[in-house]
Design a protein around this ligand. Structure first.
Ligand code: ASP
Length: 361
């Protein structure tokens, strides 16, 4: 099962067999449930932050900002900005993999726990920091969602430059995907005369997912969340994923906690999973239990045969990250025992195991 927490994490984490057992009783199918670690209560006075694994540096930045007394929303946006501007993270912001037409279209959303306000942008092009624009939608409009050209015009109105977000690395990956798109068109990827297979398997490897979600509690005990992404690589132009949808890619209730997601957005959209996780925490689930509950819900609702493996299990992955108002964090994913999330408190930053439904063994 999961590894024991390292000494440096002992005060932050404890194993919770009870949490996993509780979650394992949900739903009818006999599924494997990973016994992950779940953090104990935060120190009453200290901030706490959680993010997807690619936020290992971001959570440190968020802690730095929170320790100045900043609002949690300012802190989480400052944290994910590091990932949005990183050309080497091909799942978020600048350097994100483009849609099927080779255009980078970004999604992002924020929620501010203490005021209950939300803001989001979807399919925004040419703007490096969609999370900042989502925050401006929250602060400077009476709306929640802006999409496409309207979102870009709004960003320009607030002084954001329109930039080329397609890096050479991302463009080359898109070209290779395009050239492998179909065996019955005229595009061919680079290949040798003896290469028998230059089709579907290769295409599948290129269809990567990725996103950053981050939630935090600030020094005042207030909670806020952000999720930002370039979405599914090579998606149909105009596709909106779960990340900018309140209740799907993220949800936050200042009295209860926050949740967010990465992975197959369509599954999350069909199940409003982040909202579900917060509501499960409201009735007493730990963050990890609530995340496992959402995984179960998705598994139970997945009926399309092409999404199931030969055991009838979902053949895709979704990860959830949750933080409750007491400062406990936890996460779970549908498939695989090696998943991690990033978290930080006053003792440092850590990678923590995600619980899981199916081990992939
Ligand atoms: N959830 C994101 C989306 O569906 C992608 C991801 O997290 O990988 O757009």
């Amino acid at each position: 099962m999961s590894k024991r927490p390292a000494n440096s994490r002992r005060r932050f984490l404890k194993t919770t067999a009870a949490a996993s057992v509780g979650a394992a009783t949900l739903g009818s199918a006999p599924r494997v449930v990973g016994a992950s670690q779940a953090p104990i209560h935060r120190k009453a006075e200290g901030p706490v932050v959680i993010s997807s694994r690619n936020g290992r540096n971001a959570v440190e930045k968020v802690m730095e900002v929170l320790n100045t007394g900043a609002d949690a929303l300012d802190a989480v946006v400052a944290g994910v900005n590091l990932v949005e501007e990183d050309p080497n993270d091909t799942s978020v912001g600048y350097g994100g993999l483009p849609n099927a037409d080779g255009v980078v279209q970004l999604d992002a959303a924020v929620i501010h726990g203490p005021t209950g306000r939300a803001g989001s942008v979807a399919c925004i092009e040419g703007i490096k920091y969609p999370s900042k624009v989502a925050k401006l939608v929250l602060e400077r409009t009476d709306h929640v969602n802006l999409v496409g050209k309207g979102a870009q015009a709004f960003a320009r109105m607030h002084g954001f430059p329109v930039e080329n977000l397609l890096t050479e690395r991302a463009r080359e990956r898109w070209v290779r995907w395009r050239e492998n798109l179909s065996n019955s068109d005229d595009y061919l990827p680079p290949h040798e005369a003896h290469d028998a297979s230059i089709g579907a398997d290769y295409v599948e490897q290129q269809r990567t997912w990725g996103t950053i979600h981050c939630s935090a509690i600030d020094l005042s005990g207030n909670i806020s969340s952000v999720t930002t992404t370039s979405g599914l690589a090579f998606k149909i132009p105009g596709r909106v994923g779960d990340s900018p949808i309140i209740g799907a890619g993220l949800y936050c209730d200042n009295e209860v906690g926050a949740a967010g997601s990465t992975g197959r957005g369509e599954a999350n959209l069909e199940n409003c999973a982040s909202f579900l996780i917060v509501e499960r925490m409201r009735i007493g689930d730990s963050p990890e239990q609530a995340c496992l509950y959402a995984c179960e819900r998705i598994a139970d609702h997945t009926r399309k045969a092409y999404l199931l493996n030969d055991k009838g299990e979902p053949d895709f992955n979704v990860q959830f990250y949750a933080l409750n108002a007491a400062g406990e964090v936890g996460g779970a994913q549908i498939r695989g025992k090696n998943g991690k999330f990033a978290a930080a408190n006053s003792e440092g930053s850590f990678l923590v195991d995600l619980a899981y439904l199916y081990s992939n063994d």
